[in-house]
Design a protein around this ligand. Sequence first.
Ligand code: IPM
Ligand code: MG
Length: 357
Amino acid sequence: MEKTITVIRGDGIGPEIIGQALRVLRKIEETSGCTFHFQEALAGGCAIDACGTSLPEETLQKCLNCDSVLLGAVGGPKWDGVPKEIRPEAALLGLRAAMGLYANLRPARLFPQLAAASPLRAEIAERGVDLMMVRELTGGVYFGEHRTGIENGGLTAHDDMVYTEREIERIVRRGFETARKRSRRLTSVDKANVLDTSRLWRKVAHRVAEAYPDVAFSDLLVDNAAMQLVKDPAQFDVIVTENLFGDILSDEASMITGSIGMMASASLGDGPRGMYEPIHGSAPDIAGKDLANPVGTILSAAMMLRYSFGMAGEADRIERAVSAVLDAGYRTADCMSVGCTRLTCSEMGERILRELC
Ligand code: IPM
Ligand code: MG
């Protein structure tokens, strides 16, 4: 089997964490008989510097003509002043839209070894966190019309939030399908007491639910969901929600696991091709210092093997290697606790590689 992977290192700590994930993928190559062809592409701030835009056409073409994309992180204060159309974030949104990646899967799992790093009280953290956020990724307010102008004598801004029945249906289905492979519980999160888009969301979700009688289904208002996530996160299995709510709730969910640096994500469409990236940002303050946590990126590479390449066994191997390294008490600075051994980014990559043998 041969797979072409477009590698976008991006900005800040992106190049360092991607470097470690590539070492892991090369190791998998040696032992699995699968050949990976890596093609590098520029996106984000470094692409603005080199090409004048955060998503050069060449990068887009590489992403559209490969088997999957592995991305580090984009953005940084250096590009805060650039016009919004070419901001580093625009590259992410552009890739999601152009590749049709409407389903963003963000697992939030509290590694038992890291329970002490969770900001939750011990008796809540001990009950565990193991949920999957299924976030709609190509609709809603992110992709509605944005404009600012003078209206009635004052500056006024609009961000349109739009959802079609079709967009809601396909992501809710993805939520149910995901729940079927886990503990068969799905919570749909909306704001149906206020928003029309949410009222449509709820109506469609209930209709889709009829086809999944084997999955326990419930709705939750987004404000209540934010509260329940810190009060009793163990109640959740799969959460499906629209783009903006998913953006916010997935940061909250990752934080309660105590280790945003460990969190991976997959963005998928209808086919096997996806884009895989850690959910944390480019952390410019620690960039180039070999301090970053590469685990979120390494676990994203594992998700790529599982979801895009049908290599679940190899994905399991990577996840087990990460767990073994944590069991042995090795940590990067972001999730260090007393009695553990602190590693640099490259040392963490090295430890995980050794466990993979
Ligand atoms: C994320 C990020 C992006 C988003 C930003 C960088 C555009 O926060 O992937 O969650 O809001 O989707
Ligand atoms: Mg976000």
